[in-house]
Design a protein around this ligand. Structure first.
Ligand code: TZP
Ligand code: MG
Length: 213
């Protein structure tokens, strides 16, 4: 699955979150993430109607295609398919990944959020392409799974991981080095990036912090 190459290259995994974006729209933010050189972008939108999300995703699909960016849609399999996204990201309480695989076929990536070693082990049998690992640190961005799992779970995945993974949850410019030092090659941030006044320089600064080891 060539859509996976951007993920396997490592780096910053960007996500949208309109409510934290300082009044900027999801599409504006995606343009800034692309300008910042981010190669994997997830559309994460919890509040809009399907029609409005589709319009945004259609724009984002066009821009990400032109930029060679992997485009993943959170939660909504139908939206991911309709928009021609590269992948769909599922939570533990969404449709089972094996069922989603039947719907999306083999070309589309499936990501699955995990919060424990048990869930990471189980994911290997579920035909997912990558797992999310977190929340590493306390975060208010995800209201349903709030408790941080800590760096210990990340350590487990780094040691045992049979799947590519992305670390997420409460990661900031100031603690990203600790996460990359523990062995995370792909690192996701929501508020730290979309909430920055200057997204392009924020991403550049985060990148400098990651490679400083
Ligand atoms: N999954 C685990 S934590 C989280 C998601 C989607 C939210 C992370 O947001 P932030 O703002 O980077 O802490
Ligand atoms: Mg979800």
């Amino acid at each position: 699955r060539s859509k996976m190459e951007n993920f396997l290259a490592g780096g910053i995994y960007g996500l949208t979150a309109a409510e934290y974006s300082l009044g900027r729209s999801n599409t504006e933010v995606v343009d800034l993430l692309i300008a910042a050189g981010i190669k994997v972008i997830q559309y994460r939108e919890k509040y809009k109607k399907a029609g409005a999300m589709f319009e945004e995703c259609r724009y984002i699909r066009e821009r990400t295609r032109l930029a060679g960016v992997t485009f993943i849609v959170n939660d909504f399999v139908d939206l991911a398919l309709a928009a021609g996204a590269d992948g769909v990201h599922l939570g533990q309480e969404d449709l089972p990944p094996q069922e989603v695989r039947k719907l999306v076929g083999n070309d589309m990536l499936i990501g699955l959020s995990t919060h424990s070693p048990e869930q990471a082990d189980a994911a290997v049998k579920l035909d997912v392409d990558y797992i999310g690992v977190g929340p590493i640190f306390p975060t208010h961005t995800k209201t349903d799974v709030c408790a941080a799992v800590g760096l210990e779970y990340l350590d487990y995945v780094v040691r045992q991981s049979k799947l590519p993974f992305v670390a997420i949850g409460g990661i900031k410019e100031g603690n990203v080095l600790s996460v990359s030092h523990r062995g995370a090659r792909m690192i996701a941030m929501v508020t730290e990036i979309v909430g920055a006044a200057d997204i392009v320089s924020k991403v550049a600064q985060i990148r400098r912090n990651i490679v400083r080891d």
